[in-house]
Design a protein around this ligand. Structure first.
Ligand SMILES: [Zn+2]
Length: 185
């Protein structure tokens, strides 16, 4: 059996989170993904700007710190969030994580849609997400893939995004010194 001899405090410094979001396509809406305006015949239906990438990312961060989900923090019944840029949700989630002593190490997103083609936007989305969560571009992954024509995504009814994030506790080692006489290596 694998025996993990690392002090627990090292493990407790890391938090992983996953987020998922989907939105239906809607004509007469502007499409936003990762805070970037996407040229498309149709946008995404939703109460806010319906940026599914930033919603999934927000949920991943909230999940990592056990702070509920985007629907609890920003209910779509609240007129304050109507038409709101979803960057605000990410910024609030990062703020909550920071209040709990955590900062983002990296994040990784997969956008699943048949159209539009997102290749030309991936670099800009990465850059924008990196700025929002306060890390460098090379710590942000943005992938785009189709659903091979399968199901509701395949029929072009909407799109989905999966986001994963890793958070790191700040200064927690200083608060919890290791066993007596042993120095952490
Ligand atoms: Zn959403």
């Amino acid at each position: 059996m694998y025996e993990d001899k690392r002090p627990c405090k090292l493990i407790s410094m890391l938090r992983i989170g996953i987020g998922y979001d989907s939105h239906r396509f809607s004509p007469q809406r502007t499409m936003w993904l990762g805070g970037v305006r996407i040229e498309s015949e149709q946008g995404l239906a939703g109460h806010s700007d319906a940026d599914a990438a930033l919603h999934a990312l927000t949920d991943a961060i909230l999940g990592a710190i056990g702070a509920g989900d985007i629907g609890e923090l920003f209910p779509d019944t609240d007129p304050r969030w109507h038409g709101q840029a979803s960057s605000l949700f990410v910024e609030r989630a990062v703020e909550l994580a920071s209040e709990k002593g955590f900062g983002v190490i990296n994040c990784d997103l997969t956008i699943i849609t048949e159209r539009p083609t997102l290749g030309p936007y991936k670099a800009e989305i990465r850059k924008n997400i990196a700025r929002l969560v306060g890390i460098s571009d090379d710590r942000v992954g943005v992938k785009a893939k189709t659903n091979e024509g399968l199901g509701w995504i395949g029929r072009g009814e909407g799109l989905a995004v999966i986001a994963a994030v890793l958070l790191e506790g700040k200064n927690q080692l200083k608060k919890t010194p290791g066993p007596k006489g042993k120095r952490s290596r």
